[in-house]
Design a protein around this ligand. Structure first.
Ligand SMILES: Cc1cc2nc3c(=O)[nH]c(=O)nc-3n(C[C@H](O)[C@H](O)[C@H](O)COP(=O)(O)OP(=O)(O)OC[C@H]3O[C@@H](n4cnc5c(N)ncnc54)[C@H](O)[C@@H]3O)c2cc1C
Length: 386
């Protein structure tokens, strides 16, 4: 007889670690299956830092989730004994009037009455001298921003899940699953299991585990670089908030210097070179001179003291939905299967609350959080066209 669990979580090297944590703490018998290690550098959740911010330009309805996310991160940090998970640096949202970053961020500030300051380019350069911005550029500065240390966050969730009784197995990939009555049967490289519920949090591999959604979950190659700085004091924590900047060349994001990571100013470009990839074939060591030039050119123009050669580069993946909002819902035909997918390059900051939401969906079939924006039904047309 296959071993039986209340809930199986497929993929616990990222977001899934938080789902396992919340489920185990609610007393459920949980099996978390991870094809690599917890954490690992094969998916989407590595690279030492991830921005968290409240004034969300992507859509104001993320703001209540972010409030809960901050609360849960702080609780986890206080209880986990894994050191500091959250570093508050403030966040600067930079763009010309009319850009998505600037207008979307102001919309969230106004709809949710968020504290913020609006700065012009001269004020930005005076307060944060690393910047050299075109005259028309504006910025929104919010104190409720900073970065998380993703590897530690995942370790903290996994350790908390294990302490509460969850079994998390590393090096064991889910190969297939199928409905079995009202539950599921899951086959891995090592055996077969049964459960009442299955949560799919396999990141860029979700499309392989749920082929019905594959065309809605597009893995995309990303590159992060740590660039040598000529004036470290301009990029130090305290002098340099995390930022998101929209300029004609694209949308970029960056971090202050951080002793726990490679040396240098960490910088990335959203949808780096717009390369769709197969997560099983992606060359993780393959960051090249073109990748580096793309990031150094941006820095040379707007943050010139941070435009030196790359000290380190890492390859990572986004999993994009067509509208770049998450896909978090019950499977439309199989409500015993829950999707935690399509985090479209901005999901990490939400891990703590998404874990809670996925646990709610698995145990109650619904959640008190407003996740309407993430429903599978918004893709009804794309799902029925197949
Ligand atoms: C370069 C980069 C920068 C980013 N910056 C930010 C940021 O600043 N702020 C922010 O909020 N977000 C950011 N993101 C996005 C965020 O990191 C992701 O949305 C989030 O990490 C996605 O987590 P995930 O759990 O879906 O995927 P993953 O972290 O990839 O986790 C999926 C796990 O499932 C495992 N798995 C896959 N298939 C199987 C299987 N068959 N069986 C068992 N296990 C399996 C994988 O090994 C992996 O461990 C960034 C992403 C990248 C790539």
């Amino acid at each position: 007889m296959p071993e039986r669990f209340d809930v199986i979580v497929a993929g616990v090297g990222g977001m899934g670690s938080a789902a396992a944590y919340h489920l185990a703490r609610r007393g459920r018998k949980v099996l978390g299956l991870e094809r690599y290690t917890i954490p690992n550098e094969m998916g989407s959740s590595h690279g030492v830092s991830r921005i968290i911010r409240l004034a969300y330009f992507e859509h104001p309805s993320y703001v209540p989730l972010l409030r809960r996310s901050f609360e849960l991160w702080r609780e986890l940090e206080a209880g986990a004994g894994q050191g500091q998970l959250l570093h508050m640096t403030g966040c600067l949202h930079v763009g010309a009037p009319g850009t998505t970053v600037l207008e979307g961020c102001l919309r969230s500030c106004h709809e949710h009455d968020l504290q913020h300051e609006v700065l012009n380019s001269a004020e930005v350069s005076r307060r944060f001298p690393a910047y050299r911005l075109p005259a028309e550029t504006m910025a929104v500065l919010e104190a409720e921003g900073g970065f998380l240390v993703p590897e530690r966050c995942i370790q903290a969730h996994a350790a908390g899940a294990r302490a509460a009784g969850a079994e998390l197995r590393e090096g064991e990939a889910v190969i297939a699953w199928e409905p079995a009555g009202r539950g599921v049967q899951v086959r891995t490289e090592r055996g077969e299991y049964e459960a009442d519920r299955l949560i799919l949090t396999a990141g860029s591999w979700n499309g392989k585990l749920a082929a019905r959604f594959a065309h809605l979950l597009e893995p995309e190659r990303q590159v992060l670089a740590w660039l040598r700085v000529s004036r470290p004091e301009l990029f130090a924590q305290g002098a340099f908030p995390v930022f998101v900047m929209e300029v004609p060349e694209g949308m970029y994001y960056g971090f202050p210097l951080f002793a726990e990571g490679p040396p240098g100013f960490k910088l990335g470009r959203l949808h780096h070179r717009r390369e769709v990839v197969d997560p099983d074939l992606l060359d993780r060591g393959g960051a090249d001179a073109t990748d580096e030039a793309l990031l150094r050119d941006f820095a040379a123009r707007y943050l010139p003291a941070g435009a030196g050669p790359a000290e380190a580069m890492k390859v990572c993946m986004f999993t994009n939905t067509p509208d770049e909002h998450f896909l978090i819902d019950l499977h439309p035909e199989l409500p015993q299967v829950i999707l935690g997918a399509g985090f479209s390059g901005h999901g990490f900051k939400f891990c703590s609350v998404v874990g809670e939401v996925l646990a709610d969906l698995a145990l109650e079939g619904e959640t008190r959080h407003d996740i309407g924006l993430f429903s599978a039904s918004r893709f009804q047309r794309e799902l029925t066209a197949r």
